[in-house]
Design a protein. Sequence first.
Length: 384
Amino acid sequence: MHIFWMLLSVFNLALIVTLAGILRMARRRIGNVNQVVPEPRARWPAISVIVAARNEARNIEVALRSLLDLDYEPVEVIVIDDRSEDDTLEILARMQAANARLRVLRVTELPPGWLGKNHALHQGAEQAGGEYLLFTDADVVLHPDILRRAVAYVERQRVDHLALAPHAVVPTMLMQAFVVFFTNMFLLYTRPWKVSDPNSSAFVGIGAFNFVRKTAYFEAGAYRAIAMRPDDDVKLGKIIKRRGFRQAFLNGAESVSMPWYGSLRELIEGMEKNAFSGVDYSIGLVIVITIVLLVFDIWPFVAVWVLAGIPRVIYALVIGCLVGNAWVSARQARVTGWAALLLPAAVLLLVYIQWRAMLLTYLQGGIRWRGTLYPLDELRHNQV
């Protein structure tokens, strides 16, 4: 048994060191959109900013003001109200009356075969007049010069789709720890530093900032191709990359920010639609992910108390690597480094969210999101 724990601890340490090295390399290779310097030009391409909104009264006015204050011409902001039941539509009507840049569309009925948000964004894209489309969320705040930097980058690098990583504003240290851990998992899974390589299968999409050439968007199949995908932002990146278009990913934390849920309960409920769809509704994959996380991210914190000798020392080194890497990642995410100390709680929270989402999906026969139940059979049918 001692040999077993010795081998497992050594493998755990080797794995964590390797993953920490990959993340460190990723931080070096992922560029920053704020380092892009727009050159003076006589004509800038037209851009349509497209936002889907359902019951967004809490955040939409602040977010929309940032869009309407963008230092860019020509630009239009298209907001699609998706059957809101709060004051969203009234806020939109008031803001539209005061600003010619803003166009408000309204969806009163959801057609079969569509998720609400995906249908709304598709309607907005159909009405868009811009050469480029920016899909963003109804709570995202943008820096005034971000469109100039985005256009300068995509035209300089001949890119068809640019995704920017935002700064997530979270109110508690536990949620900050979760953001750090979730971000690292996302980086390791999607490998965004590889998306610009046409020979790589890596792809990426970010709901806060998916900037795409309109011709590429429609040629890739548009939102119709991912009509029933709850993870629509990532899958948009996949269909664009699969079609052979060029893709890029940059850090946009200084120019793109969003409130990532206002409470722990909102976080848990908010990830309900994505946690199971992100693994393509695979029970087996949920089980495998759970085992891996418990063995390599949770067990070390138990092992240093229940084991003795060299395995205990090695697991202490594993904990040091885990917490140290989380500390660096926290600073990169512009949150307190002390959030790294809550890493075990963040891991267990992710496991809980994953299992809760899976069980609810089966108990309900699908995903219930924003008041609508989307049947599991229809969700599974839209494989991308």
